[in-house]
Design a protein around this ligand. Structure first.
Ligand SMILES: [Zn+2]
Length: 131
């Protein structure tokens, strides 16, 4: 085990949110170039264990999205809202879409990843903000 592995092991999802909030988002990359998000110790594509950090692309685009009309639990009073998977230079990130009318979210729409808050709980959430 190398020091690099140790550092990644300590990088939880909250650390990743901190980095995204500071505009220093990153992803993990294995020697074959497969991208994944922390926390992870093993490449989900090939099983490589020597993952390194690489900067996240500034701009992404919506790959797929769904509008939620009936919320559950913490998101109960925020419907309708859109959950989308956006791709940032090969890195796929799931988040809430904000800054655009739910009806206007389309595949291919440009977004940037930020960190927002669930007003009902105060929890931090991944947000894809329309560019
Ligand atoms: Zn890999």
């Amino acid at each position: 085990m190398t020091w690099t592995d140790e550092e990644i092991r300590d990088d939880g999802f909250d650390d990743w949110l901190d980095a995204v909030a500071a505009d220093e988002g990153y992803h993990l990359e294995c020697p074959d170039g497969h991208a994944s998000l922390p926390p992870r110790l093993v490449c989900p594509d090939c099983g490589a264990t020597d993952l390194s950090e690489a900067p996240l692309a500034d701009a992404g685009e919506v790959v797929t999205h769904t509008t939620v009309h009936v919320g559950t639990g913490a998101f109960d009073d925020q419907t309708p809202y859109v959950v989308a998977i956006a791709e940032f230079d090969g890195v796929r990130i799931t988040g809430l879409v904000r800054g655009v009318d739910p009806d206007d979210v389309d595949v291919g729409a440009p977004v940037e990843v930020t960190v927002g808050e669930n007003p009902a709980t105060g929890d931090r959430v991944v947000v894809h903000r329309a560019r």
